[in-house]
Design a protein around this ligand. Structure first.
Ligand SMILES: [Zn+2]
Ligand SMILES: [Zn+2]
Length: 715
């Protein structure tokens, strides 16, 4: 509407863990129980089935993307671009492979990235158990006694007087009886528990670092599926093993203290399972060494609302790991790599062969002619979706260049989609991906995020069925940018009422415009000039709000003008003129009605695309040249200057109406005399002399000390 050609392709992100989980649920299967190829086939089959409906939902909502310009993050072109990105970053030394303890989900059985962690409050038991050293008890507090067999050292703080006697000694573990060194390490927290702590392989990130720092030999006791590898509890799940071991410690009187504790644990955001640290070989993109650059790039982007940039910066500052991009999963873009079994050489395909599945191709090592092994892990979908600028651009033969103008997205994926897009954009294009980013909130129910498990999910299709997409959009446009908004059905009704009013008001206006020729009359009434001046203000304000992405402020501006100014007051004040006025007044009013209604429709069209198009096609198409309101020109303020008289007029009309309703008079009761304060009287007499008398029902009005009404004699 502002005359720009907007590049707005439509894409679906449909691979990786979220897609796998959806496919598992819809088909009631578990990927790990199926042959890999069969599961991938099932994913593709399911996507073909559900995608058309999914896209239709966006269309039903009136999202004005170009649906012909379509991509999916698993289609051939995206696979090619994603694998090319991998090869490019590998060649630039920005991707590496490492075998070390990474964040692991035992439910999904894959490595995951720091960005996929969520905090959860968990009730647990803080146990103080007996190790021994030098014939004495050495008490250790822990919430995870099942890790005793994985213990490789005890740490105490060298400043801790209580443990001076432990220097150079070993500690003997309860139940198992193996010995581990007692290490004096300043990182041991003297205030936590007894001050002596088990270092296990691996309880948390602290353990990972402590074990690496002291070059201790880890003892890995968990399988990838979260069962125990050996010993008495072999095959048991971690939590069951914990219960059993607590029982056994109790029987042997090895627990000296037990207290309930509520602490925060890290869980996987996709499945809610508590994460572990397991050593596996994974691929990483380097991000840790560049925190300053990520922050300075964030500053080059305009964030809407601005405080979301802080969230981005907090995330960057809190980064503890490089970005894990490989997943031990099935339905994702293959990592295009072979590794030589004899010399370890990493072999990459030629870019012209992309996309490829390395498991389908046999390759010999160019260095030693030895056998190679194809990489079986796949790329996480977050390794591909940050390439959406490049993927979108490829749809138009790279004619559209990065940076783009806008990324719209929600706040929960600042640390993933926004951050990773910035990372890849710098690494590939040496540029920011977009100049602006607009961050939205969520729809909540009683302040809580909607979730099937909580039973508080509202299906938008049902709201659209019942009230129409415009009502839903009108409601959604009331959310403050960046903030979550609670869903309440009665709030959607407000939008529905707006639609009805818009239809009725338009019908009324056009009923009275039958002989109107669409032209601006030579002479406009002062009152109409003033009203059009007010309309110009509304255009200015709402345009400015929209340009700043403050759509809720724009919505309120237009909504108020339509209800309070246009319907309640302007239409009321000109009814008599339309019916009985002289020709010159009639032409002035008709022109004002036509222009203000068309302007209101255009201003609200981005929020309510369906009803505005309907009214436009029904009433305006004969006189306006564009075939759709959505390609008609955005309203511009014209030359009428607003003097503020309309608001004064409106204010006194409502005071008169209030007087009548307080005194139980009908609204068309005629009054004897209305006195107005001098300054307001001057405004009304210069602009609305007849209209004030006619709508207020005052036979005369004049200037007085203060507002006062005298009724007609009631005889
Ligand atoms: Zn998981
Ligand atoms: Zn080799």
């Amino acid at each position: 509407m502002q005359g720009y050609n907007v590049f707005y392709p439509f894409g679906t992100d449909d691979n990786g863990l979220p897609t796998e989980r959806l496919v598992e649920k819809l088909n009631n299967v578990k990927s790990r129980d199926m042959p890999r190829a069969k599961f991938i086939e099932l994913c593709q089959w399911t996507l073909r089935k559900v995608t058309p409906d999914f896209i239709q939902q966006w269309k039903n909502l009136g999202i004005s993307a170009d649906y012909e310009m379509f991509y999916s993050t698993i289609d051939k072109n995206s696979r090619k671009i994603s694998q090319k990105s991998f090869i490019d970053l590998y060649k630039k030394g920005l991707i590496y492979k490492k075998d070390f303890p990474t964040i692991w989900c035992v439910e999904c059985q894959t490595a995951i990235a720091q960005a996929e962690l969520e905090d959860r409050e968990e009730h647990s038991r803080f146990l103080t158990i007996k190790f021994t050293a030098d014939g004495k008890d050495l008490l250790i507090s822990t919430t995870r006694p099942e890790l005793i067999p994985a213990c490789v050292a005890i740490f105490v703080n060298p400043k801790d007087e209580r443990y001076k006697w432990t220097k150079g000694k070993n500690a003997k573990s309860p139940l198992y009886g193996f010995e581990v060194p007692i290490i004096w390490d300043e990182s041991a927290d003297m205030k936590k528990g007894t001050g002596a702590m088990m270092v296990c392989s691996y309880g948390d990130k602290y353990d990972v670092e402590a074990i690496a720092r002291h070059k201790l030999n880890p003892k890995i006791i968990f399988n990838h599926d979260g069962t125990l590898k050996s010993g008495e509890y072999k095959g048991m799940q971690i939590k069951d093993a914990r219960k059993k071991i607590i029982e056994e410690l109790k029987t042997k009187q090895l627990i000296v203290k037990e207290e309930p504790i509520t602490h925060t644990v890290n869980v996987h955001d996709k499945c809610g399972t508590e994460i572990e640290f397991l050593p596996t070989e994974q691929w990483f993109i380097k991000i840790l060494g560049k925190k300053k650059e990520w922050i300075s790039l964030g500053k080059k982007i305009k964030w809407h609302p601005d405080y979301m940039r802080k969230r981005y910066e907090n995330w960057v500052n809190g980064l503890e790991w490089d970005w894990t991009i490989s997943r031990n999963r099935y339905f994702g873009i293959p990592i295009p790599v072979w590794t030589c079994k004899s010399c370890g050489e990493v072999i990459l395909p030629d870019e012209r062969e992309l996309p490829i599945d390395p498991t389908a191709i046999k390759v010999t090592c160019p260095q030693c002619k030895g056998d190679t092994e194809a990489e079986t892990k796949v790329l996480d979908t977050w390794a591909t979706s940050p390439l959406t600028p490049q993927i979108a651009s490829s749809l138009v033969r790279n004619k559209i260049k990065i940076p783009y103008s806008l990324r719209p997205q929600a706040h929960d994926i600042i640390r993933t989609w926004a951050f990773y897009t910035i990372v890849k954009s710098l690494y590939h294009e040496k540029s920011i991906p977009w100049s602006d980013i607009m961050i939205s909130g969520f729809v909540t129910m009683n302040g809580e995020k909607m979730a099937k498990s909580k039973g508080n999910v509202i299906n938008p299709n049902e709201i659209i069925e019942k009230y129409g997409a415009d009502a839903l959009r009108f409601w959604a446009a009331g959310s403050k940018l960046g903030e979550n908004m609670d869903y309440r059905e009665e709030d959607v009704l407000v939008g529905k009422k707006f639609i009805t009013k818009l239809k009725n008001a338009s019908n009324f206006v056009f009923m009275n415009l039958k002989d109107y020729n669409g032209k601006k009359p030579k002479k406009l009434d002062n009152g109409d000039i003033e009203f059009l001046g007010k309309l110009n203000e509304v255009i200015k304000n709402s345009t400015e709000y929209l340009l700043n992405y403050e759509y809720s402020k724009a919505r309120t501006e237009i909504e108020t003008f339509f209800w309070k100014d246009f319907c309640d007051n302007y239409l009321e004040s000109v009814k008599k003129i339309v019916y009985q006025g002289n020709e010159s007044d009639k032409q002035s009013v008709k022109y004002t009605l036509y222009r203000s209604l068309l302007t209101i429709l255009k201003l609200i069209a981005p929020i309510m695309p369906f009803i505005t198009e309907e009214v436009y096609l029904q009433h305006f198409k004969g006189t306006e040249k564009e075939k759709s309101i959505h390609i008609s020109g955005w309203p511009k303020p014209e030359k009428e200057k607003y003097k503020g008289h309309w608001d004064v007029f409106k204010e006194y009309l409502s005071m008169v109406n209030k007087y009548k309703s307080d005194n139980k008079m009908s609204l068309n009761t005629s009054l004897g005399y209305v006195a107005l304060p001098a300054k307001d009287y001057d405004k009304i007499i210069s602009t609305y002399p007849e209209r004030f008398a006619s709508v207020s029902g005052a036979s005369t009005f004049g200037s007085g000390e203060q507002f006062k009404i005298e009724e007609n004699d009631k005889q």
